[in-house]
Ligand binder design. Structure first.
Ligand code: PBG
Length: 321
């Protein structure tokens, strides 16, 4: 009986000593939905415990986030006006731009990341601009996305996170940011973003479902894994500082492959559908809430350094107990 793995499981202290993966609040980025209008704090029906806030209702939430020890937020905007060019996305007075300024005026303790995409702002709901035929026009979209990134940086965003999946956008945005003097603003790129059903609740939350077709011409086929490595390699070449795999749970293998192949920080997006499933199961009493920690830890164990999750507040509370 020389080999007895249980020896190192026999008491809590020794288990702590040999623990390989730790989940900390400082690993987490909390997404925030900010909506145009006044006096709005409405729960998103498909995302229990997550709300849309108007700017005037933001302060209480921001203070709670800071108090819980969360340091990173990812901002999504929900504009009142949409058009075919998504003009509110790059307006200096747009909802995200205002939200960044507002958060910065409330606290200096939060690192503010902004999602750069067109889908919440375009009348057709696609992540880029369409050509005459009605297809998403990659090259034309780059120009607009560059404007969005720049306007976020000007508003004071600490980091930008392009989620549109157009080819070449990381390089384009990097160049644009550098030219305007934002050489220190990092880019966290949604590099391997799959065309997934798990975004369903988000699209309801942000009102960003496409009005026709789907996103398969720009988001990845979930049958593919080598392709994810090619996407990540390109983004790194173009200047991404952090690469992302999205969704997380059905894609733990992708996270691990990216981790084993590249030497760069990896973020994983524990998306809305993943949150909704687990949140409901815990609420119904089907699963113990520790299942949340177990699930999030699996994403770290797979190789993610950073997790974007709607569970950030729950985890901050659970880890305090
Ligand atoms: C915007 C965007 C989406 C998500 C993040 N940014 C939706 C989509 O691509 O359709 C999904 C996030 C989630 O499901 O939690 N492009």
């Amino acid at each position: 009986m020389n080999k007895r793995p249980r020896r190192l499981r026999s008491n809590p202290l020794v288990r702590g000593l040999v623990k390989e993966t730790v989940l900390q609040v400082s690993d987490l980025i909390y997404p925030l939905f900010i909506i145009e209008g006044n006096h709005i704090k409405e729960e998103i029906s498909s995302l229990k415990g997550v709300y849309r806030f108007s700017l005037d209702k933001l302060e209480e939430e921001i203070n709670e986030i800071v108090q819980l020890g969360i340091q990173y937020v990812l901002i999504f905007g929900i504009p009142q006006h949409k058009d075919n060019r998504g003009s509110q996305a790059y307006d200096d007075e747009g909802i995200v731009q205002k939200a960044v300024k507002k958060i910065k005026s409330i606290t200096d303790k939060l690192y503010v990341i902004t999602d750069v995409c067109m889908c919440e702002y375009t009348s057709h709901g696609h992540c880029g601009i369409l050509n005459e035929k009605g297809d998403v026009d990659n090259e034309k979209s780059l120009y607009y996305l560059g404007q969005v990134a720049l306007s976020h940086a000007k508003a004071g965003a600490d980091m930008i996170a392009p989620s549109d999946m157009m080819d070449g956008r990381v390089g384009y945005m990097r160049k644009e940011l550098d030219e305007w003097g934002y050489t220190h603003t990092p880019i966290m790129s949604y590099s391997a973003k799959y065309a997934s059903s798990f975004y369903g609740p988000f699209r309801e939350a942000a009102g960003s479902a496409p009005t026709f077709g789907d996103r398969k011409s720009y988001q990845m086929d979930y049958a593919n894994s080598n392709e994810a490595l090619r996407e990540v390699a390109l983004d790194i070449e173009e200047g991404a500082d952090i690469v992302m795999v999205k969704p997380a749970l059905a894609y733990l293998d992708i996270i691990r492959r990216v981790k084993d192949t590249f030497n760069i920080p990896i973020a994983a997006y524990n998306v809305s559908g993943e949150y909704a499933m687990l949140k409901l199961a815990v609420e119904q009493g089907l699963l113990d809430e520790k299942a949340i920690i177990e699930t999030l830890l699996s994403i770290k164990r797979a190789g993610a350094d950073i997790i974007i999750t709607y569970f950030a507040k729950d985890i901050a509370k659970l880890l305090k107990d």
